[in-house]
Design a protein around this ligand. Sequence first.
Ligand code: NAP
Length: 303
Amino acid sequence: MANKPTVLVVGSTGMLGIQIVSALLDKEATEVKAMVRPGSDSKEENRQKIERMKAQGATIVEGDLMKPETLPPICEGVDVVVSAVGNNQTTVPGQKNLIDAAKQQGVQRLIPSDYSVDYRKLDYGDNDNLDMRKEVLSHLQQSGLEYTLILNGAFMNNVGTPYMPQFDLDHGVFQYWGNGETPLDFTTTQDTAKYVAEAVSDPDLANTALEVAGDVLTMKQLLAAYEEATGNKLQEKRLGSAQDLKAWIDQKKPSASSSLEYIPQQYEYAMVSGKGKLDDIQNSRYPHLNPTSIKQFLASANL
Ligand SMILES: NC(=O)c1ccc[n+]([C@@H]2O[C@H](COP(=O)([O-])OP(=O)(O)OC[C@H]3O[C@@H](n4cnc5c(N)ncnc54)[C@H](OP(=O)(O)O)[C@@H]3O)[C@@H](O)[C@H]2O)c1
């Protein structure tokens, strides 16, 4: 890899992508190209993000994952591609196009858009979004391109969003499936971005995963951390076992009008069943990073 490798960030206007761009630029160890879709700056929010990335030192390049002919020129001269695309109909075909273009242009390493529990240990059908990760990983492995997976458990930033239905703050309830004692992995988006910036050129991370977690807590400890950090009391409500949750999802999914009605529960299943647990947390590879704990995060979050 070149002395100062060039990293291409795809999905750079996304919630996580822009933080990865910032973390890479802060580290000053790489040149950063940020891919945006043509016309992206017609949206005011994206225009501001693009200006911010430029001001920080990123080079903006235009491409569309669903227009494969746009990708090889963008991958030319790139050492590492980092994908931070979201979950939609482009996730699998778009990232496959990206992998093919990167391989064609001699890119050394690709980090696919994972940032999740250890989906490699889940079964197909356990989680629709993570099934897509499995499919992309399989294509990546078949391509022969070097890869690094970033696995960070759940984003702490999900607290207060539909992706963490455990916190029903409107009704003062903390509700969870499972026995409440299974360890669960959590990391902030900002810390995840910092670990990505370390991983891009770490020679020991070829064809393996970097597993990190800002905190590991059971559901009961998560509730206690919330109450301690915020001073608010929540009523604890156990909804059933992990297997009961699986049965609930199987019953809910066929009649759901939106995937939001069961996808958050699929993530919960991956965690409370223990199937997606990170078994090899490697925060200590980068001792200069001190990831945020849940209590620190909750104390500073405006909940
Ligand atoms: N572990 C967790 O708890 C957790 C929680 C949330 C997210 N995640 C993961 O984090 C990753 C990033 O998610 P996110 O929420 O940051 O995503 P996001 O905000 O939805 O951003 C998606 C990005 O992909 C770009 N994009 C979409 N279609 C594209 C195309 N055809 N060509 C090029 N770019 C395209 C979007 O560009 P535009 O701006 O032009 O639309 C945007 O920059 C995903 O893997 C997600 O599953 C994990």
